[in-house]
Every structure is written in C-alpha cells, then in structure tokens.
Design a protein around this ligand. Structure first.
Ligand code: Y12
Ligand code: CO
Length: 174
C-alpha cells in the first residue's frame, strides 16, 4: 500500500514518536508499506511520522556506486538511539515532506547508532558519509523536527515566504 506523505506545515509532522513494543506481522506490513511508499515517491529515506504514524520507525535506502537503489541495501531501523557523535559535515539535504526544497545543513560527520531490526534483534552500527546524514535527518523526524529548523534566520524567512507563495498558487490552481 502506498501512503500519502504529510507535507510541511502539517502539524502532525511535529509529533514525537513512541517506541515500538511488538515486533509482529503488523510491524512487518508497515515496514513493507513504508518501503513501497518511499520508492513510489522517489525518496531515499522515510520516517513513519511522514505517513502519519507516530512510531519510532525509519527506513533508508541509498543508491550504490552505480546509482542503483537495491532493496538488499535497505536499512529498517526501529527505536534508534545515537550513542556517539563525532565531527561535523555539511550536506545538501532534501525531504519528501518539504518537496522541491534543498539546502546545506550541518550535522555530525560520523555517529554510532543502536536500533532494532524488524525481528527485534539489536543492531549497533558506526555510520559516516551519506548514511550518517540520512540517519540523523530521519531520527529528527521521530522527534518532530524537520531539516528546515536548522536554517539560519534569514534563510528560514526566505523559505517561509517562498513556501507560502507556492502553497497559495497550488490552492489557486484547484
Ligand atoms: C541526505 C539528506 C536527506 C536525506 C533524507 C531523505 N530525503 C529524501 O528521501 C528526499 C527525497 C526527495 C524526493 C523528491 O522527489 C523527486 O526527486 C522526484 C523531491 O522533489 C520533489 O518532490 C519535487 C524532494 C526530496 C537523506 C540523505
Ligand atoms: Co525528511
């Protein structure tokens, strides 16, 4: 099933998500639906709150060196916690909930993250590069935060002005 993605400024995106307690068939169906939705919308990462489900679940599927997004590289991440952050890196980010807007964002360069897979097995990973950035971006969603909150005051003001204009023109077209 392909879900609709919540788009800024939808208030539901600001909800804090709750931990998953049951690693059951219902969770597996949700993970499968999240993957189907992310691929259909041409994303590389998706948090459950972006489809209106306030659970600590996210998926990431980066393309490989040949720019192919292989399902075997899919990360299914449940109840993640960052235990270590190191360095800083700037990367131009985008988000399915803020479609068409991209901006340079500073985050930690490398992280250690602990989470559970779909079967409830604990995973500990050291991440750097794009995976580290994507994990931090998606984990922000679980706390109700969007990457645009990291913009400077002036960039945020410009963004809000352009976004309002865009939403108005979309409404006028209807
Ligand atoms: C680095 C930085 C941020 C992330 C988070 C995951 N972000 C995405 O998956 C963004 C996807 C996205 C897709 C879009 O659609 C198309 O390109 C067709 C898009 O543009 C529009 O919707 C117009 C914007 C964002 C991971 C790694
Ligand atoms: Co996002």
């Amino acid at each position: 099933m392909i879900y609709d993605i919540l788009v800024y400024p939808d208030k539901r995106l600001r909800k804090t998500s709750d931990d998953v307690k049951e690693f059951d068939e219902k969770l597996h169906t949700l993970l499968d639906d999240m993957y189907e939705t992310m691929i259909a919308k041409e994303g590389i990462g998706l948090a459950a709150i972006q489809i209106g489900i306030a659970k600590n679940i996210l998926i990431i599927n980066l393309a490989d060196d040949d720019e192919i997004q292989k399902k075997e590289d899919l990360l299914e991440v449940i109840n993640p916690k960052i235990t270590h952050l190191e360095g800083t890196e700037v990367y131009q980010e985008g988000c399915l909930s803020v479609p068409g807007y991209y901006e340079d964002i500073q985050r930690a360069k490398s992280i250690t993250v602990e989470y559970f897979d779909r079967f409830g097995n604990k995973v500990v990973q050291n991440l750097d590069g794009l995976l580290s950035i994507a994990m931090q971006h998606e984990m922000d969603h679980l706390k109700g935060h969007l990457f645009i909150e990291k913009l400077s005051y002036l960039k945020r003001k410009k963004f809000e002005k352009e976004w309002k204009k865009r939403l108005k023109s979309e409404m006028d077209k209807k």
